[in-house]
Design a protein around this ligand. Structure first.
Ligand code: HEM
Length: 381
């Protein structure tokens, strides 16, 4: 079911409203009913979303595992999720260590700590906030907490966060399982063994673009064969390829040159993916970057966006939400289908902030694409 996350959000809202505990300021409002929003929104500390930060003035390599950013293991209550980059930044204090941050904090942290490209950072963060964050308080959790809620027997509700499945988080991750198998965000030792095996077979013990191409394709084949609810649509079709390239560009020490460039050793990879920690003395990349090489990964084994049809091995092509080959449609459908589905008729500060954040999303993504006009799901303000 493509929109089962809506049901999850609705159940979550019912839980909070019925128990009248304080609504967590980072919990998403998407999928709540008009009545629930009327009750919850006035209890929140509403912010006007500020314009996102631009690129920093210095964009070269530098030591980021420094004295001001010591690694600390997450404490009870700190949130971590499916993104090894953001998890690492939180565990080193580039992001608030509790894992809850504003878009501005996240953009500054990914630029400072990884040299993540400014427009890619802005696109990722506003897509994440609109899909999984709280647009009234301007806060996003990089993970999410699981709580038990009724009816009897209690069903878990995810108070997410990037852990929410179906908007940004998706199937076929390299080191995390598909949501269908019960845990979509924790480091998965079996998938890690496969990561190591592919790096040994195709990269002489390193993870590089060749390994990324083979492993990305294999993970897709694996999910088609094992997960009846496998989906890879729209934004996920872009992010699945982009995320396979990110470790090559941003997890390799920025001092590496020549044949060592773009070759991620497995000890460093495990440090990021599992320990959420920089390798000792790590230097960030020597120039701003992100998903460069994702088109090579895609073209090595092109797979269309699509999904299984409730049984395994029943893959059908579905490009209704766009694809890596049609990013303008990904932008347009993310806004008109995903965001509008979560927020069908917002009012007041919620509507105001959605309009502002949708503008920031367009500035980061749609505006750079040819013939890709901005869409206004709620009309022009
Ligand atoms: C700008 C803010 C960012 C946001 C909102 C974000 C969000 C996410 C999300 C939601 C996922 C899970 C997708 C899935 O289901 O696999 C993910 C995965 C991933 N992210 Fe990030 N991310 C950000 C920045 C970064 C940075 C700076 C890096 C690297 C330095 C990074 C590296 C990765 C990698 C390698 C994965 C794939 C993990 C896997 O497949 O096992 N991300 N990210």
């Amino acid at each position: 079911m493509r929109y089962n996350f809506l049901t999850a959000f609705a159940a979550l809202g019912a839980f909070f409203v019925s128990t009248t505990t304080a609504f967590p300021p980072y919990a998403p409002l998407g999928g709540l009913s008009a009545r629930q929003l009327e009750e919850i929104v006035p209890t929140l500390d509403a912010k006007v979303p500020p314009p996102p930060p631009g690129p920093p003035s210095f964009t070269g390599a530098k030591l980021v595992d420094d004295r001001d950013h010591p690694w600390r293991a997450p404490q009870r209550g700190d949130q971590r999720g499916p993104c090894p980059g953001l998890n690492t930044l939180a565990s080193h204090g580039y992001l608030p260590r509790n894992g809850v941050a504003t878009p501005t904090q996240i953009i500054k942290a990914v630029q400072e700590g990884f040299n993540f490209d400014n427009s890619a950072a802005r696109f990722a963060v506003y897509a994440a906030l609109l899909g999984n964050g709280n647009v009234v308080t301007d806060l996003l959790s990089i993970g999410g907490k699981t709580r038990l809620t009724g009816p009897d027997p209690p069903a878990p509700a995810i108070v997410g966060g990037l852990n929410n499945h179906g908007t940004f988080e998706g199937d076929v991750s390299l080191t995390r399982g598909d949501a269908f198998f019960g845990d979509n965000h924790s480091f998965n030792e079996t998938l890690w063994d496969q990561f190591v095996d592919f790096s040994n077979r195709f990269g002489n013990g390193f993870y590089n673009i060749t390994v990324a191409s083979e492993l990305r394709f294999h993970r897709i084949q694996q999910s088609i064969a094992e997960n009846p609810q496998f989906t890879m649509l729209g934004l996920r079709h872009i992010s699945a390829y982009g995320e396979a390239a990110l470790p090559v560009n941003l997890f390799v020490d920025g001092r590496k040159t020549g044949s060592e460039k773009g070759q991620l050793d497995l000890e460093s990879a495990r440090s990021f993916f599992k320990e959420m920690r920089y390798p000792k003395g790590f230097f960030r990349a020597a120039q701003p970057g992100g998903g460069e090489g994702s088109e090579v990964i895609f073209l090595s084994h092109p797979t269309s966006p699509g999904r299984n049809n409730a049984t395994v091995n029943s893959f059908v092509v579905d490009d209704s939400l766009g694809s890596i080959l049609d990013p303008c449609k990904v932008y347009t459908e993310f806004v008109n289908t995903t965001v509008l589905g979560l927020y069908p008729s917002p009012t007041g500060v919620l509507r105001r902030n959605l309009d502002i954040d949708l503008g920031f999303l367009y500035d980061a993504f749609g505006s750079g694409l040819p013939n890709c006009p901005q869409v206004f799901p709620y009309g022009r303000a």
